[in-house]
Design a protein around this ligand. Structure first.
Ligand code: 5GP
Ligand code: MG
Length: 194
């Protein structure tokens, strides 16, 4: 896998430092605005936000439930967003709750625009949004999110939860891939990778 990496964009140390800052900020905002006792429901958009959410939530010492939603926007070996599809959800009872939606990366904005109304329709009192990465493109900047980890250039990245054809999610750093690695991963068994 190491040979597949073209460039380390954000190292695991930088990610860890930023995740800690984000967790502190979100926790402080929660204490200021919504501390009516029942805590939050944290909702990672699966599968990409799995790693980020796991690290973030363990730095947030507040009452918390987890809801899950599985979304597909970059099926298989594609590097361009397609239509966002909700594949399944297990969100629990969101009525009156403070919900924190977590995604790995804000790109076309399709995921956030699709999922936030679903959470509101289920009765969430408040929906806040947090993305680890935001791409430098008009579509991403035009979608309002509450918390952003890093602004990055408009290029395709993997690692720390983000995949290419379902591979590379377990890389600890956020990286770009070599052209050869992308060709190879695209050629291997192709399946949907939400
Ligand atoms: P959006 O719906 O904002 O276009 O894109 C969000 C989803 O697309 C992310 O949750 C992620 O799954 C996928 N995505 C967007 N950009 C990238 C990227 O650079 N690399 C990878 N691996 N996935 C991306
Ligand atoms: Mg995703």
């Amino acid at each position: 896998m190491q040979a597949d990496i073209a460039r380390v964009l954000i190292s695991q140390d930088r990610i860890a430092r930023r995740v800690k800052e984000l967790a502190a900020q979100i926790t402080a905002d929660y204490a200021k605005r919504d501390s009516h006792g029942s805590g939050i429901t944290i909702v990672p958009v699966m599968t990409g936000a799995l790693v980020f959410c796991g690290d973030l939530m363990r730095q947030m010492p507040i009452a918390m439930k987890i809801g899950l939603i599985l979304v597909s926007s970059y099926p298989g070996a594609s590097v361009k967003a397609q239509d966002t599809q909700v594949l399944s959800q297990r969100l629990g009872d969101l009525r009156g709750r403070t919900v924190l939606l977590i995604d790995d990366i804000l790109d076309s904005g399709g995921t956030i625009k699709r999922v936030v109304p679903i959470l509101k329709d289920l009765g969430a009192a408040t929906v806040r949004t947090c993305v680890l990465l935001r791409k430098d493109r008009e579509a991403a900047k035009s979608v309002a999110v509450d918390y952003v980890g890093f602004d990055i250039a408009d290029e395709f990245v993997v690692g720390y939860g983000l995949d290419f054809n379902d591979y590379y999610r377990n890389l600890p750093d956020i990286v770009t891939l070599t052209a050869e690695a992308m060709e190879q991963a695209a050629g291997s068994e192709s399946r949907s990778s939400p």
